[in-house]
Design a protein around this ligand. Sequence first.
Ligand SMILES: Cc1cc2nc3c(=O)[nH]c(=O)nc-3n(C[C@H](O)[C@H](O)[C@H](O)COP(=O)(O)O)c2cc1C
Length: 378
Amino acid sequence: MSSSSGNGPASSVATVPLSLLSPYKVGEFDLSHRIVLAPLTRNRSYNYVPQPHGAVYYSQRATKGGLLIAEATGVSDTAMGFPDTPGIWTKEHVEAWKPIVDAVHQKGGIFFLQIVHVGRVSTYDFQPNGQAPISSTDKGVTPGLEGLELSPPRRLRKDEVPGIVNDFRLAARNAIEAGFDGVEIHGANGFLIEQFLKDQVNDRTDEYGGSLENRCRFALEIVEAVANEIGSHRVGIRLSPYSDFMEAIDSDPDALGLYMANALNKFNILYLHMIEPRVVGSRVFQGPEDEIPHRLLPMRKAFENTFIAAGGYNRSKGNRAIGDDYADLIAFGRLFLANPDLPRRYELDAPLNKYNRSTFYISDPVVGYTDYPFLEEA
Ligand SMILES: Cc1cc2nc3c(=O)[nH]c(=O)nc-3n(C[C@H](O)[C@H](O)[C@H](O)COP(=O)(O)O)c2cc1C
């Protein structure tokens, strides 16, 4: 939003109504449209190593001037909790990402890597030496939630926090080494950063718990370290204050989101990516199909750089959100997963492929991954 950081609509379109297909300048990146690939875990990176089929999958979804955010990728060997999700902490990971990034760049795409630590959303089996997963707390997620049997976590000691912050810093450096244009810090969906942010999980009594300022400290230390390492113009963050995923709930998500939006301005990072409150506690947002909740508006207004909204968007809702200046960019998850040419389909207002939930997380290198048809084949 702020002109000083160089973000904002390209001047050539200033007089026409803005839509998903309007160009947009995000920092140094010239986007030709505002349809962003949301980060989507696909479980096809065997033994945490990205695979050649990843190049096919991502380049299918790349467009000239289109922003893609790669799936959540672990920052260290304690960061993992799901089978065959990628990592970015070894030389092997970096080398394996390179051809995938190249394939996206060859099509003119802009490619960010989402970096994650899952914290307590893990089990002994995923941890080095079978140790307990780490978290802000030693409270575990309720056994059986979402069909998962997670292992009880171990509360990080205060003196261990800088080591985790450093893991994010090194992961960001590795992402740039692999050729990514930037990183998105995963501060959403119940993973480690949210385990610190949210008051129904974080029960610490040190300076990383208690007040809003204290609960946000860990996230902001990571933002600062990553921005110092690779430059703030290459850093985004994703937040989901309203989500209850993995029992990460906050009693005042409006205040949490707004605090973070304001606090992030200090670091002048490229973007803030927020997930809509479709589900809050046990309540599901059930507005009319094309209604936008507008609950993120205070955060959108408070944050001075690019604002990305995600969660439940379709073409008409996306156009409305852009036209209303509610968001600069819209990230699409399931629809982009099932429609590799989503920007073209939106341009033509063409029908969409339906997504198949049963193949979201299987390990097949083709099925449910690279075999969704393009428009001309549909
Ligand atoms: C298969 C699948 C994998 C996902 N993986 C991630 C992920 O790695 N990181 C993340 O922040 N969100 C992840 N999400 C959430 C999506 O990015 C997005 O927020 C969600 O699907 C809602 O957007 P949509 O209504 O456009 O699908 C995932 C969602 C799906 C369906």
